[in-house]
Design a protein around this ligand. Structure first.
Ligand code: NAD
Ligand code: ZN
Length: 356
């Protein structure tokens, strides 16, 4: 059995260390995974910089990382759906399976969710990690390990578009062209949207959105008011959008989402900014705008995988940087600074493409 289990452990604010951890013992319904690719998410960077996100507070050392894929190294004795050597994407949250939310199929709302790299639970930027077998998705041979890791953010995009009810001919406004805005763009296209306008404050991100097929891009200024921007959105799109999906969390953006959406339409809030913001609620009420939240994903991994495996969605363009696990500190630095147009920074626990 392997003894090298190099692991990225967040000990506190600005204190991320690489250290050896014991190889985990698996339960009967779990698999041991030899980790391959782990993407860095904004939330990982946020925990490094602030030690908390809202009510989730780092109070003890936590293994970082949750956008991941690995190779099955060992099976628990009840596992029948996977085999040693299977390449899998890891859905990082395992719910209790017993509560009402779980039983009703909305397991992302489970209060007892064990979610990778959300305190107090460990993530998977490590060489060996254990996970519930039924939250591992076997990848077809032609889907790479990096694509497997990218199913995590893509599932957020799929969930957001499903919550918005994006379908054939939808006119979609997406606010924010970071990784989440971009995967939402990809999911919306695949789900039949006919026109998509995406906004950002950074031209480079909009250029990527355009490359990925956004119909329109709109560069905003940081202090630009929603009231003045809404006119530009309406002039740019052929019709007033019926779905708006906020993927940045700024107050001006959530306000714009409401003002810009056609009466009877849907606003979906994915971006997490300040816990309380000022919204034109009466405007939303009087025009019957449905405002819906998104929390991660729920039963979306298999759709995300099908989109990638079928070639309907190409997530590869999102990855701009590659690092080895031994370079984790630099990888985080690149991600947080956005150096070199960084969008998605991928950490390789095994040599890149070793398992492709
Ligand atoms: P990111 O910070 O990389 O991207 C946000 C983008 O929005 C940036 O490109 C930024 O320039 C742009 N932006 C900032 N202010 C803006 C404004 N007023 N108008 C338009 N664009 C603006 O983050 P990300 O990884 O893409 O994630 C986006 C948001 O989604 C974050 O708030 C994150 O916390 C949240 N998120 C939520 C969930 C969920 O389950 N609800 C899951 C993942 C991420
Ligand atoms: Zn539950």
């Amino acid at each position: 059995m392997a003894t090298d289990n190099l692991t990225a452990v967040l000990h506190g604010i600005e204190d991320l260390r690489l250290e050896q951890r014991p190889v985990p013992e698996i339960a009967d319904d779990e698999v041991l995974l030899a980790m391959d690719s782990v993407g860095i998410c904004g939330s990982d960077v946020h925990y490094l910089a602030h030690g908390r996100i809202g009510d989730f507070v780092l109070t003890k050392p936590m293994i970082i990382g949750h956008e991941a894929a690995g190779v099955v190294a060992k099976l628990g004795k009840n596992v029948t759906t996977l085999q040693v050597g299977d390449r899998v994407a890891i859905e990082p949250g395992v719910p209790c399976r017993y509560c009402d939310h779980c039983k009703q199929g909305r397991y992302n709302l489970c209060a007892d969710m064990v979610f990778c790299a959300t305190p107090p639970y460990d993530g998977n930027l490590t060489r060996y990690y254990k996970h519930a077998a039924d939250f591992c998705f076997k990848l077809p041979d032609h889907v790479s390990m990096e694509e497997g890791a990218l199913l995590e953010p893509l599932s957020v995009g799929v969930h957001a578009c499903r919550r918005a009810g994006v379908g054939l001919g939808s006119k979609v406004l997406i606010l924010g062209a970071g990784p989440i805005g971009l995967v939402t763009l990809l999911a919306a296209q695949a789900m039949g949207a006919s026109e998509i306008l995406i906004t950002d404050l950074v031209q480079q991100r909009l250029d990527v959105a355009k490359e990925l097929g956004a119909t329109h891009t709109l560069l905003l200024q940081r202090d630009q008011s929603a009231e003045e921007t809404v006119k530009v959105v309406h002039q740019t799109m052929s019709e007033v959008p019926d779905k708006s999906i906020d993927c940045c969390g700024a107050e001006s953006s959530a306000r714009l989402a409401i003002f810009a959406t056609r009466s009877g339409g849907v606003v979906v809030v994915v971006g997490m900014g300040a816990p309380e913001i000022k919204l034109p609620l009466i405007n939303a009420l009087a025009r019957e705008i449905d405002i819906r939240g998104v929390f991660r994903y729920c039963n979306d991994y298999s759709a995300a995988l099908a989109l990638v495996a079928s070639g309907k969605v190409n997530v590869k363009r999102l990855v701009t940087h590659h690092y080895d696990i031994t370079e984790t500190a630099e990888a985080f630095e690149t991600s947080r600074r956005g150096t070199g147009g960084a969008i998605k920074v991928m950490i390789h626990v095994q040599p890149r493409d070793a398992n492709n």
